[in-house]
Design a binder for this molecule. Structure first.
Ligand SMILES: [Ca+2]
Length: 199
């Protein structure tokens, strides 16, 4: 394990493994207890697709997405030769405090360092506030909250937090920064972890 932070992130990626950590000699039980005491739950980020990304090879790119929050770092697979890639991959972060999430896009290169294709930061606080309302039985598609694009966030358009199939979800279109073009479409959802502090 690279470090306690990364280790815990990986462990929580599969919540069913939590109880196994109590019997894992490589894992300090005291840190497990403090983790569960501090844990608010799991944030699942569906990385849907990229739109009009920059070409970093001659006419195209081999893009993948890296998500960071605090010490945790997760990434998608590489979509080869596409500037409009569809990943449809779920990345799951364990949330002990609602830090901003950073999303970076890179072009995979076989024989050199992967090139940057832009980045964006987003705030999960409005989504957590919506989850905390503990709504129930709303019609599918009901809008709970709308977050507007501003000069200081990376939203390309209004982002709706909606009620979808029995839970709150937030759809976001992120405009990539430090690059001439490119947007990434993502969706947030929340998973409660039994025995944790919770929201
Ligand atoms: Ca490449």
């Amino acid at each position: 394990m690279a470090g306690p932070g990364l280790g815990l992130g990986l462990l929580l990626h599969k919540p069913l493994l939590i109880s196994h950590s109590f019997f894992n000699p490589n894992f300090s039980s005291s840190s497990t207890f403090s983790l569960m005491e501090d844990l608010l739950g799991l944030l699942r980020i569906r990385i849907h697709r990229g739109v009009n990304l920059v070409a970093r090879d001659v006419t195209t790119s081999d893009p993948y997405v890296v998500i960071r929050m605090g010490q945790q770092k997760l990434k998608t697979g590489v979509v080869k030769k596409s500037i409009n890639p569809v990943w449809d991959e779920d990345l799951t972060l364990s949330v002990a405090e609602p830090l901003p999430v950073t999303l970076e896009v890179y072009d995979k290169d076989a024989f050199s360092i992967d090139d940057k294709m832009g980045s964006a930061v987003f705030d999960i606080q409005p989504f957590l506030e919506a989850v905390k309302m503990r709504l129930e039985n709303l019609p599918n598609g009901t809008i709970i909250t709308t977050v507007k694009p501003t000069r200081t966030n990376c939203l390309a358009e209004e982002s709706h937090i909606t009620w979808s199939d029995g839970k709150a979800v937030q759809n976001m279109v992120l405009r990539l920064q430090n690059v001439k073009c490119g947007e990434i479409e993502i969706r947030l959802s929340w998973i409660d972890v039994p025995g944790s502090k919770g929201l």
